[in-house]
Every structure is written in C-alpha cells, then in structure tokens.
Design a protein around this ligand. Structure first.
Ligand code: PLP
Length: 366
C-alpha cells in the first residue's frame, strides 16, 4: 500500500500524459513553451482570478509574493505556528520576521481569536495556510487586514481545488500561491508552483521578479530570481487539471468513508460549514500516536506525521521566538496527529483495512 499512490494515477492517465510529454519533446521548447502560457490561462480560469503566474515551486511562489510586496528587513509577517515551514522561512530569508499565531483546534488553521493581538506597526501581511486541503477562515482574516492596512496571502499549497463559501482557494486574498509538488492535490512530476492574483500591478511585478528582474531581455529593472515551470511539467499539469474535479470528488468520498469507519477516540479537523476540502491529507489525532504509527506500519500501512514540531520551536527560528512563549494547540497537535493514506485511487477495501487496523490498535491500547 502507498501513502499517496502516484503510480496508480499515472496508469490511469498514461496515454494522455505520454502523448503530452512526447509533444513537448518533439517541439523541444523546454523553457517557456506554449504549454506554459496555456496552463496559466487554464489555472486562472479554474481558480477564478485574472492572473496565474507559474514558477518553480510553492516556496518560490511565496518568496516572489513577499518580494512583490517589497517586504523589508524588520517588517513582520503573521503565519500559523502549525504548518509547513515555507511562509515563515521565506519571510526570514528576506530578513523580515515571521510572527507565529497558534492554530484553532476546530480546523487546525490559524486561530482568528489569537490573531489581532499579534499585529504591530511593523506587520506587513497575514499569510493564512489552508492546511490539509481546507481553506483558512479568510473572511475574518480579510476584515482584520482591512482594519490594519495589511496585505493578505493564502498559502494554498495543499488546497488547490478547495472552496470557501463557494469561491475557489487561490481567489480569496490579495495574493495566493499553490505548489505542484507531486503529492499535492494537483501535482506535476517534479517541482512547480503558481501565484494567483487579481491585482494587475502585482502580477506584472511578479512576472518581472520571476525572470531575473528583466523587463526585456538583458534589461534588469529589479533584482529577481530565475523561477520557471518547465514546459514538460506544464504539459503534465494540463492533463491532470482535466481530471482534477473527478479526483477531488474521489478524495471527498475516501474522507467520508474513513469518517464512517474510524473507531471512537480519534479526533479530526472539522470541515467547517461552507468550506470544501481538497483533502490533501487525511489527518487524525489520537493518543499514543507513535505506537499507532508503528502498529500500522507493521500491518503494511504507511502513515506520515504532519507536523512533528511546531514552527516556533524549530531551531531555525530560535533567534526570533521569545523563550517560553507557548503555542498550546500547535504543541498538542504535533504530538497527536497522524496522516493516513489518502489519494483518489484508494479502494474501499484498503480504507476498510486501514480503519479496521486502527480499531484493533485502539482496542489493544484500552
Ligand atoms: C508543500 C508546501 C509548500 C511548499 O511547496 P514546494 O512546492 O514544495 O516548495 C508550502 N506551503 C505548504 C503549506 C506546503 O504544504
């Protein structure tokens, strides 16, 4: 059994993907081939924004967003304490300061109640991460941002295809990013990412920044990066995008089946009313998490811990987090969470086997 069975997915679309790759090989336009522009149009249409700007990874996408906002050393970016590192690390890379906010035990996303207290005169933007596929609560985030004159960014690396009150992830904030890392809801066969925005000025600046700060070839207006999505990856993504809604439906079905079969004594992030998750991960919480992980491994069931250490406790941020500052929910979650196999091709028998094995473990423990 695979945690995320990309091989089954490839087999399902093999002829289309092979043909798409062959077409790029025949054209040999490996950089900025026509597939890149076509994908960007299709992504913008899917998400419902004016601009989709492809780049080399989700992490680069975040860095480019912060550069486009002209983030200065000493300024602050609000980020969740329980998440992947990129929003905080890219902030730090620009010599600005990530300011961590604890997460909510309800949806595991940034806790709105604890957010406003972290805003200072140095705050530049709020980054909401849409964890495990469910959008953060962006309406109150945007209200706070408007009140304090801040930018809003969605880290939608895990939530491509998810919706919030009917709107797609990626369309909710001033700037939003996603990642096309293979295991993400919309993944390519290597690294890739994209930025979404309705802001024409920022979109133009992002295009300059991702291409060495060039306004025309060899004329550099800004200091930028080289951050491109390869044509082959764009061609693969165009095939996968066509199948995405079916996959999202299948993932939703897997999640619903898990929920009916899982034993008592396990908690889950609640998918809040009027939000639809893209189920990047199916993450549960339980006591004796490490033993559960071992028990399942012995039964041939791979699991992952997203994430074992809250970001404020990472060595990389030791210089910016006040010693003794506590992030209660993040700490609790990091000790209890376990992500179970989740992908669109998981069979009912596999889900039953996983749920049954967890049940055996719980009975064993009690
Ligand atoms: C995967 C991920 C990223 C980084 O994406 P890459 O494409 O791997 O750079 C950023 N944020 C979150 C929440 C992620 O899950």
């Amino acid at each position: 059994m695979q945690f995320n069975d990309l091989q089954r997915q490839y087999t399902a679309y093999q002829s289309e993907i092979d043909e798409a790759i062959q077409k790029v090989l025949r054209s040999s336009q490996f950089i900025n081939g026509e597939e890149v522009g076509l994908l960007e149009q299709e992504l913008a249409e899917y998400v419902g924004v004016k601009h989709a700007i492809s780049c080399a990874s989700g992490t680069d996408a975040l860095l480019l967003c912060l550069m486009a906002l002209d983030l200065q050393p000493g300024e602050e970016i609000i980020c969740p304490a329980f998440s992947f590192i990129s929003p905080a690390s890219m902030t730090r890379l620009l010599s600005a300061t990530p300011v961590f906010v604890d997460v909510s035990p309800l949806d595991f996303n940034i806790d709105i109640e604890k957010l406003e207290g972290k805003i200072t005169t140095r705050t530049k933007a709020i980054i909401g991460v849409s964890l495990f596929g469910q959008c953060a609560d962006f309406d109150p985030i945007k209200e706070l941002a408007a009140k304090h004159g801040l930018w809003t960014i969605e880290d939608g690396a895990q939530s491509f295809g998810a919706t919030y009150k009917g709107d797609k992830s990626g369309s909710l904030t001033d700037l939003a990013i996603t990642s096309f890392f293979p295991a993400k809801p919309l993944g390519c066969y290597g690294d890739g990412g994209a930025i979404f925005t309705n802001n024409d000025v920022l979109a133009e600046k992002l295009r300059v920044l991702k291409s060495h700060g060039q306004t025309s070839r060899y004329y550099h207006q800004l200091v930028g990066l080289n951050s491109r999505l390869d044509t082959i990856q764009a061609a693969i993504l165009r095939v996968k995008l066509k199948h995405l809604d079916d996959e999202l439906q299948a993932r939703g079905q897997v999640a619903a089946t898990y929920k009916t079969l899982l034993p008592e004594g396990i908690f889950l992030p609640e998918v809040v009313n009027r939000r639809e998750s893209s189920w990047a991960q199916f993450t549960v919480g339980l006591g004796n998490r490490d033993q559960a992980k071992e028990y399942l491994a012995a039964k041939g069931i791979p699991t992952t811990i997203h994430y074992p250490l809250p970001l404020p406790m990472q060595d990389a941020f030791a210089d910016i987090v006040a010693p003794g500052e506590s992030f209660e929910v993040a700490s609790l979650l990091s000790e209890a969470v376990l992500s179970l196999p989740m992908h669109a091709f998981l069979s009912i028998e596999e889900i039953q086997y996983i749920a049954q094995s967890l049940k055996e473990f719980m009975e064993h423990e009690s």
